[in-house]
Design a protein around this ligand. Sequence first.
Ligand code: ADE
Length: 224
Amino acid sequence: MRFDIISCQPDLLESPFSHSIVKRAQNKGLVEIHLHDLRKFAINKYGQIDDYAFGGGAGMVMMIEPIDKCISGLRAERDYDAIIYMTPDGQPLNQKIVNQFSLLQNVIILCGHYKGVDERVRQQFITHEISIGDYVLSGGELGAAVLADAIIRIVPGVLNDESSALTDSFQDGLLAPPVYTRPADYKGLQVPEVLLSGDTPRVEQWRFEQAVARTRERRPDLLD
Ligand code: ADE
């Protein structure tokens, strides 16, 4: 799977893609991430990519021309399955959307800044608009990192233990059950006996019950 991420602050994205599972996915050749600096497509030698909003008001608006040049250049090279714009007024991200995106081959993610992008960008180029939550970030980069990370870890072959992504919170509509590791007794704090029993069906039943109980307590909306 290939990601092309368009940003006016691509340096912000270097670190999230240089570690751990996301890094391993790239090293294994399962994922490619290409960062594109929007300023390279600026309309003048001063690196201008934004301008005042027509009609007045505070805040700058990202111009259509640099974004058009960048996206058109990419589209001339290959077809894209999705061109995603990160924005607080987008569709709230959830595991179902992540699962759907993970089936795609080529994806562009456009990171917004300032007051957002000229509406014509959204009309002409964008196929999906995604928000990572009901709060406003200073730019779409952290949202893009969250989205790409969530997708990449479930791309087939990325996780060593294939089953572990399937038992994540949300993957079956439930929060994940509690987990424990050694020691079985830490200063009198005991691990539930069933987990030490070696009785796999009992363990599975316990985990399911715990997942349901935890979901009912913390996120009853998921059970509806
Ligand atoms: N850009 C700014 N805020 C955002 C949010 N909540 N989600 C996605 N992109 C954003």
